[in-house]
Design a protein around this ligand. Structure first.
Ligand SMILES: [Zn+2]
Length: 156
C-alpha cells in the first residue's frame, strides 16, 4: 500500500500544504485484466496536498508511460501520458477512517487520458506507408472521396 497517495487527514492542518515529489508503483491502476494496455513506468506525482476550510485537495503534475498497440498497425509502442495539473478535492466530512486515498480518483484521471485511437508514430502511425494499400478500397477510392464536395456544398 502506498503511503504517498493515502494521507492521514489530521497530519494536515487548515491552510497547510504537504509537498509531493514521488514515484509510485503503477500496480494500483489494476490493468491486469487488460493484456493490451500496460504501465511500463512508475507514476510520477509532483505537487502538493493542501487543506482549506472543510476541504482537502491535491494539486499535482502526473506522468506515466504506457505500452499499448497502435490503432492502425497493431504494433506495441510506448505512449507517455501527462496530466500537467491534476486537481482533485474532497469534503473532509465525506471521508472515513481519518484518511484520504487518492488512488481511485487518480486512476480514473489517468485512464481517461489514454488515447482512444493511439497511433505508434505519435499523431500518425509510423507504419502507415506500408499498410496504406490495405486502408484504401479496391478501386483506389477512399471512403471519404465525396467529403470535399459535401463541405463545399455546405459552405457555398
Ligand atoms: Zn502504427
Amino acid at each position: 500500500m502506498s503511503d504517498t497517495l493515502c494521507i492521514q487527514i489530521d497530519t494536515l492542518r487548515c491552510g497547510d500544504q504537504i509537498q509531493l515529489d514521488e514515484k509510485v508503483n503503477a500496480s494500483f491502476l489494476c490493468l491486469d485484466e487488460c493484456d493490451e494496455l500496460k504501465a511500463v513506468s512508475e507514476i510520477t506525482v509532483c505537487g502538493k496536498f493542501y487543506r482549506v476550510d472543510r476541504w482537502i485537495g491535491i494539486d499535482a503534475r502526473v506522468s506515466v508511460v504506457f505500452c499499448l498497440p497502435c490503432a492502425l498497425c497493431n504494433e506495441s509502442f510506448e505512449c507517455a501520458i501527462e496530466l500537467p495539473q491534476w486537481v482533485h478535492e474532497e469534503e473532509i466530512a465525506q471521508l472515513s477512517k481519518g484518511q484520504w486515498d487518492v488512488r481511485e480518483p487518480l486512476r480514473e484521471a489517468i485512464l481517461v487520458e489514454v488515447p482512444f485511437f493511439a497511433q505508434c508514430g505519435g499523431s500518425k502511425c509510423g507504419n502507415f506507408g506500408s499498410i496504406q494499400q490495405f486502408v484504401r478500397s479496391e478501386d483506389g477510392e477512399t471512403p471519404f472521396k465525396d467529403l470535399d464536395s459535401i463541405i463545399q456544398l455546405q459552405q457555398g
